[in-house]
Design a binder for this molecule. Structure first.
Ligand SMILES: *Cc1c(COP(=O)(O)O)cnc(C)c1O
Length: 375
């Protein structure tokens, strides 16, 4: 058996090589490297896919979050609430803007922001909530929106891991992840579900005024060439990346289904294994399985990883350290008891390889190896 990595970008590329190579070559031939027609076309196509009024492409998912907060006019000292169990980018940009990050615990079943913890963290200084749709399924947006409405807060959805997921409201209507709050953000980092061949990101909104502001901020605060109405940044999706994304966007749903199939295979294989908890999908969301994450019970995680590694199977810990315990983000106001779920998850989660190119025999090889250790 060939070594099994967490993702198989090479296998995916081989299947679309002709289209990708032609698209990239076209950009090179045109020399329209920055803000070329490919970027505009991708923007339109993503707006259609997401059924959102405005997509503003930018340089990466971290910038997308920062620019979203700049557009909302948040000011130093304003409190922004996000989840303790996620990638650091979300809390990082809050801190970069001199806003005050308030981290809250997550739910143990879904790994997404805990609604009760969120409610308890609201103060008169709270200005925004950033739910992260972790590992590929949406946070409880109906509850988040209700809290936001009650307290007059902005909602920014970090959709870096869940592009393509569908959220269902109690009234039966559905929306794409990232188009539910005031602003949604995503990343096109190569290993994300819709990945380009370098860095890339985008911001979504249905609000015309916010869209105008966001478009200015990504471009040095310029609305008219060489007139800078506000402090902006330089954050662009380059044309070559847009050309790659235009080939891959029509395949996103197929890719999501392929990931779901892998998850189903794993779930089925581990269904009788009491020392493993398989991922649970909330009723209000589809899951696009950016990660397939197990929770281990009474199993030595390091030894299991070694056992898999001996068989050339990669595995990963997303995430090993709660954000509130990271040196950069500790805060005397935090109380350890308020992070019991995240603290426990950081010690017990293990993510298995998941991507769009698996063969049955590879999946069986992985599940056999896990079961050999965990039975
Ligand atoms: C990947 C990721 C980001 C950052 O995206 P970059 O494009 O790497 O800057 C932000 N939030 C989450 C949850 C992510 O997974």
């Amino acid at each position: 058996m060939q070594p099994i990595q967490m993702v198989d970008l090479k296998g995916q590329y081989q299947k679309i090589k002709n289209q990708i190579d032609v698209s990239i070559q076209n950009v090179i031939d045109s020399t329209a490297f920055i803000n070329g027609p490919e970027v505009k076309a991708f923007q339109k196509e993503l707006e259609e896919y997401l059924d959102v009024k405005h997509v503003i492409p930018c340089a990466n998912g971290t910038d997308a979050l920062q620019i979203a907060m700049m557009a909302l006019g948040l000011e130093p000292g304003d409190e922004v609430i996000t989840a303790d169990f996620t990638f650091a980018a979300t809390v990082e940009v809050i801190a970069v803007l001199k806003l005050t990050p308030i981290l809250v615990d997550v739910e143990k079943d879904t790994f997404n922001i805990d609604i009760e913890a969120l409610k308890k963290s609201i103060t008169p200084k709270t200005k925004a909530i950033i739910p992260v749709h972790l590992f590929g399924q949406c946070a409880n947006m109906e509850a988040v929106l209700e809290i936001a409405k009650q307290h007059n807060l902005y909602v920014i959805e970090d959709t870096a891991q869940a592009i393509g997921a569908d959220y269902s409201f109690a009234n039966g209507s559905t929306k794409k992840a990232g188009t539910i709050g005031d602003i949604g953000t995503t990343s096109f980092f190569p290993s994300k579900n819709l990945g380009c061949y370098g860095d890339g990101g985008a911001i979504f909104t249905n609000n015309d005024d916010l869209a105008h502001k966001l478009r200015g901020i990504v471009n040095h605060g310029m609305y008219k060439r060489y007139y800078h109405d506000e402090v902006g940044v330089n954050s662009r999706l380059d044309s070559i990346q847009a050309a790659v994304l235009r080939v891959k966007l029509p395949l996103l749903d197929t890719y999501c289904n392929a990931r779901r199939k892998v998850a189903e295979h794993y779930n089925h294989a581990f269904s009788n294994t009491t020392n493993l908890t398989t991922p649970i999908t909330s009723s209000f969301t589809t899951h696009v399985f950016h990660q397939y994450t197990l929770v281990l019970h009474g199993i030595d995680r390091g030894k299991l990883q070694q056992h898999l590694s001996d068989k050339n199977i990669a595995s990963a810990i997303y995430y090993p350290v709660p954000l509130h315990s990271q040196k950069a983000y500790t805060d005397t106001r935090y109380n350890e008891d308020d992070f019991s779920v995240t603290n426990e998850l950081c010690k017990t989660v293990l993510s298995l390889p998941i991507h769009t190119e698996f063969e049955e025999d590879q999946l069986k090889y992985i599940t056999d190896a896990v079961l050999e250790f965990c039975k």
